[in-house]
Design a protein around this ligand. Structure first.
Ligand code: MG
Length: 253
């Protein structure tokens, strides 16, 4: 069942999503050659404390394995759930920052891929098209539409480029829990899936690769999901509120 938020809950979602956007903006600005993902993660932790929110990622358990970072930082061939590490970032890297925070029992979720110039032209295009695809998907997040209208909006924008559309991780409802119904794949048949209604809050998040769409989870940290072929991946995400009219992007910076 897809939770419908009350006006009071929507007010709390607006608040926490604004903080999620502020934390993401903060670490995106700090992302630079020579900086380590671990340093970015600790900067995010401090910003969260300053804003009075807590990380929803830290300690999040999967197969009894708690996530060790305050954010997910996924570099180059890492798609999502990257564990922030001590390897300094280099020119040419692309860095996907994913920030999920909680306050007053509600969660905001957003992500963005930052480019460390000079980046190869094909990688730059991958990031540009993935970001555009996010907004193409969001455009369908309207009352009366279906979940897969969003999916199709993303897919349609990406298909002409022959990119890989990751299907082992998908967008999702978000609110009291990090992952609520519905699942929102990044490809799908228009006019299918659950009906979208005013008051739903959804995390829409295309994860797009330059090659193979399949992923493998790092054997050592049991979290970082990488492309199977080692080619780069991009990831952009917003938490969006379904309204009577235009979708409201709650994590807009
Ligand atoms: Mg998400």
């Amino acid at each position: 069942m897809i939770p419908i938020k009350t006006p009071e809950e929507i007010a709390l979602m607006r608040e926490v999503c604004r903080a999620a956007a502020q934390v993401l903006e903060h670490i995106a600005r700090l992302t630079a050659v020579g900086v380590t993902p671990l340093e970015l993660d600790l900067a995010a932790r401090d910003k969260m404390a300053e804003l009075g929110v807590e990380s929803a990622s830290y300690g999040y358990k999967h197969n009894r394995n708690p996530f060790p970072g305050y954010t997910c930082i996924s570099v180059n061939d890492a798609v999502v759930h990257g564990v922030p590490g001590k390897q300094p970032l280099r020119a040419g890297d692309i860095v996907s920052l994913d920030v999920v925070v909680r306050r007053n029992g509600f969660i905001g979720d957003n992500a963005r891929t930052v480019l460390l110039e000079p980046v190869a032209e094909e990688v730059r295009q991958l990031c540009k098209i993935t970001e555009e695809a996010l907004y193409q998907g969001i455009a369908f997040a309207r009352s009366g539409n279906r979940v897969h209208d969003i999916s199709h909006g993303v897919e349609k924008h990406v298909r002409p480029y022959n990119y890989g559309i990751v299907d082992s991780y998908v967008g999702h409802g978000v609110g009291r829990r990090m992952h609520e119904d519905p699942q929102i794949p990044n490809e799908g048949q228009p006019g299918t899936g659950a009906l979208l209604r005013k008051g739903m809050t959804l995390a829409i998040e295309p994860m797009i690769t330059l090659g193979d769409y399949r992923t493998v989870v790092d054997k050592a940290d049991k979290w970082t999901a990488r492309t199977r072929d080692g080619k780069p991946a991009a990831h952009f995400e917003h938490t969006v509120l379904i309204t009577e009219n235009e979708p409201e992007i709650l994590t807009r910076p």
